[in-house]
Design a protein around this ligand. Sequence first.
Ligand SMILES: [Fe+2]
Ligand SMILES: [Fe+2]
Length: 193
Amino acid sequence: MLGLKLLTDPRWANIAESNLEEILTDHAWCEQKAATNAITIIAYNSEHEDLVTALTDIAIEEMEHFKMVHEIIKQRGYTLGRERKDDYVNQLFKFMKKDGSRNDAFIDRLLFAAMIEARSCERFRVLSDNIKDEELAVFYRDLMISEAGHYTTFLKFAKKYTEKVDVDQRWKEWLDFEGQLIQNYGKQETVHG
Ligand SMILES: [Fe+2]
Ligand SMILES: [Fe+2]
């Protein structure tokens, strides 16, 4: 799925379902971070009109997702907890190239975003396929489709705007790194936990 090297053990969905308040809180903040990331990319690369247009749509969509998750939290009488640290994303952030040319950093930032979208999409599929809660199963199926679209958009712009980076090769490196990294996760009730 999406080139991912390692698929999530479906038992992770049972862990997630055992603490819905926690996974929903973590999920809400994932959406906020995705919106923030899209806005940051816009701010640093404003000369690309089509990218600004597409990423504005993504930022809005991510905040719509945040709102949807928050509505579910409220309906169920849960409380939106404080923002959770996302160790998985922090490790990916460390892998992202920040040196080199401005274009090198830009392309790797797009691949960083695509990587998170790809894994989030896969995690939503696992939740949707395995969770017993029917409302959430449908909810996560819809989100899975949306995040797959985001993944495609980030990769498309990386290929369009690269100057020297071989995007196919670099994307392979991302997939290999992520395939190793994700082996440490799958045990917690967070989207990337
Ligand atoms: Fe989202
Ligand atoms: Fe997304």
